[in-house]
Design a protein around this ligand. Structure first.
Ligand code: XUL
Length: 603
């Protein structure tokens, strides 16, 4: 008899649900698109905004509607819920849901004849606040300064919690919620993350926060494996420490241990088996690394509106420029994450500039961009002695590095380590023109720039691959950009990849798949079998992934190694000119643009 494991992904714009079989093959998938299906909530791209304060948030009621809807859609596709053995899920990171004092009672007493929405947002509300702050929110500069200051520096906060303070992180968000809505904060019995909120619905009581996702809060002491009391006290305010600790609850170490069985509501309403196991739900990024049997030195590049770079590593080397989080399934491993705001959109600017010169000036085709990027020589060098073209393309403020919006173009002489700025197009003389044609030369330069930034920051986490120098073993591309062959080629040329560049070819989406795999692992693994071994054993290389690029190319990869020094210097120049640091005069306007990505999620 077929048995299934479900994975959900509650992201900014959609709720996806997928089912895999015990051999991890995708069997069913369905989605609810918030703008298309639930426009009655007045949302745009899944969220509501209050630009005056840099606030971005989502109605929790909308998600309740979406849960009922996605289950109906899975059922319409033919999924027999009675055959589901376990389920898990993921939520966009950092968002919080505030449960009222009635929340847990309402959850426990759900009537299968009525919808979730009617009962949890009905006469009595299960929530002390109707909205969940979204990861794009940028309203917490003041609180971030307090968090960074509390332990003395951004470096120290990153050392302890895995990240410096970020607007979107839950600790600063909770602190601001308490300050802005003291009554609602006092009326809050429990606080969930988006992931543990979704788990709570299926469990029928408030579920614990997950050991991976808890690291997106600036409140968890990673090395100690517990809440950091000084940071909790900061978020909680005067004498509020014990109360906030109780609101957040205990965080279990084991990301694979079942929370218990599914709530009777889903048994009666959707015919789930009463023994369906609810396995900890984690953040969308931690869940994405579970979609593949990631080995040491493997990297995932998620290419969407923004870019995310993910690795699983036993090394803990935090820095304010990036994030370390606990691996969601395997104790002793960490997830390394770089999160960029400028990804797809920045590439599209150059694509459109190139297309605008053609007869089909409105075209959204990538053909010209790709042809130009791949036909331009490496780093724009026409001979080995000509200078390298190095640029930064940030149409939006960037976090890696932390600079305001801008474009920088430099020529770098690697022999003398000298940089010379390329003047903007308007003020150029004829001779300078050929050193950097705009927009033609930008096509290759932006891809090189995006991958050089990843290489610069991940180079200490990768190891020698046989006879090859330290580099990723494999690079997996996920998200919209993974379909672009020029991106796959450049990813390999710059970053390397001893075995090549791959993309997931199984359907579904990486994040929901990762969750379904975790549910399967929790239910089926032999005692003590770790997640990686479990997935590896069921891995069907031909069916699940496709090689899309060669990876390491001798000579070329080394050339990009030489360029790194210059690239770092270009970043320094940009930081000097337009860097965003702490201690600047606080003006709400800049706080809004500083950490805000109004765009959709990366995946
Ligand atoms: C990661 C982040 C986003 C969200 C939404 O820190 O904020 O990637 O997880 O996808």
């Amino acid at each position: 008899m077929a048995e299934y494991y479900l994975g959900f992904d509650l992201s900014t714009q959609q709720l996806k649900g997928i089912a895999v079989k015990a051999d991890l093959k995708l069997a069913y998938e369905a989605k609810v698109d918030f703008d298309a299906d639930l426009s009655k909530y007045g949302i745009e791209k899944g969220v509501l905004t209050n630009p005056a304060e840099g606030e971005i948030f989502a109605p929790v009621a909308m998600w309740l509607d979406a849960i009922d809807l996605v289950l109906q859609r899975l059922k319409e596709q033919g999924l027999d819920f009675s055959k589901v053995k376990g389920l898990s899920g993921a939520g966009m990171q950092h968002g919080t849901v505030f449960w009222s004092k009635d929340g847990e009672t309402l959850l426990e007493g759900l009537d299968a004849g009525k919808t979730l929405l009617e009962q949890l947002e009905g006469k009595k509300s299960a929530f002390s606040h109707p909205y969940s702050p979204n990861w794009q929110d940028a309203s917490t500069q003041e609180q971030c300064d307090a968090f960074d200051g509390k332990l003395g520096s951004q470096e120290r906060l990153a050392e302890v919690t895995g990240s410096k303070a970020h607007h979107r992180f839950s600790g600063p968000q909770i602190m601001r919620f308490r300050q802005k809505y003291p009554k609602s904060y006092a009326a809050t019995a429990r606080i969930s993350l988006v992931s543990s909120f979704l788990a709570s619905i299926f469990l029928g009581k408030v579920a614990p926060i997950d050991i991976g996702d808890v690291c997106g809060m600036n409140l968890w002491d990673i090395k100690k494996g517990g809440w950091h009391e000084d940071l909790l006290a900061l978020a909680a305010g005067d004498k509020g420490l014990a109360d906030l600790k109780a609101k957040l609850g205990h965080v279990p170490e084991d990301g694979g241990a079942s929370f218990g069985n599914i709530s009777p509501y889903f048994v009666k309403r959707y015919n789930f088996s009463p023994s369906t196991s609810i396995v900890p739900f984690t953040g969308d990024n931690p869940s994405t690394i579970l979609a593949l049997p990631l080995r040491a030195s493997d990297a995932i590049v998620s290419l969407g509106t923004s870019t995310t770079f993910l690795m699983s590593t036993p090394q803990y080397k935090p820095d304010p420029a990036y994030h370390f989080m606990n691996h969601p399934a395997t104790a002793g491993l960490y997830m390394f994450m770089l999160c960029y705001k400028n990804g797809g959109l920045a590439r599209e600017h150059i694509r459109d500039a190139l297309n605008s010169q053609s007869s089909d000036s409105k075209s959204k085709s990538w053909d010209t961009f790709n042809k130009t990027a791949t036909e331009t020589p490496v780093l724009g060098q026409t001979s080995s002695s000509s200078p390298m073209r190095l640029g930064l393309f940030f149409p939006r403020p960037e976090i890696v590095p932390n600079v305001k919006a801008g474009i920088w173009r430099y020529l770098f002489d690697s022999k003398t380590s000298s940089l010379s700025a390329v003047p903007p197009q308007e003020v150029r003389t004829k001779t300078e023109d050929s050193s950097w044609d705009i927009p033609e030369a930008d096509a290759r330069a932006i891809l090189e720039s995006q991958f050089l930034s990843l290489r610069l920051r991940s180079q200490n986490l990768v190891h020698k691959q046989g006879k090859l120098p330290p580099q990723p073993r494999r690079i997996y591309l996920v998200g919209g950009g993974a379909a672009n062959p020029a991106i796959a080629q450049l990813a390999g040329e710059v970053l390397g990849g001893a075995e090549g560049v791959f993309k997931l070819d199984i359907g579904g989406n990486a994040c929901a798949l990762g969750s379904a795999y975790k549910a399967a692992w929790s239910g089926l693994a032999e005692k003590g079998e770790d997640f990686e071994a479990f997935v590896e054993e069921r891995w069907n290389e031909e069916g699940f992934v496709k090689k899309i690029g060669d990876g390491y190319r001798e000579g070329v990869w080394e050339k990009y190694g030489e360029a790194l020094k210059g690239f770092e210097e270009v970043e320094n120049r940009a930081l000097e000119e337009k860097g965003e640091g702490r201690g600047k005069p606080k003006e709400m306007g800049s706080a809004i643009t500083r950490d805000r990505d109004p765009a959709v999620k990366h995946d």
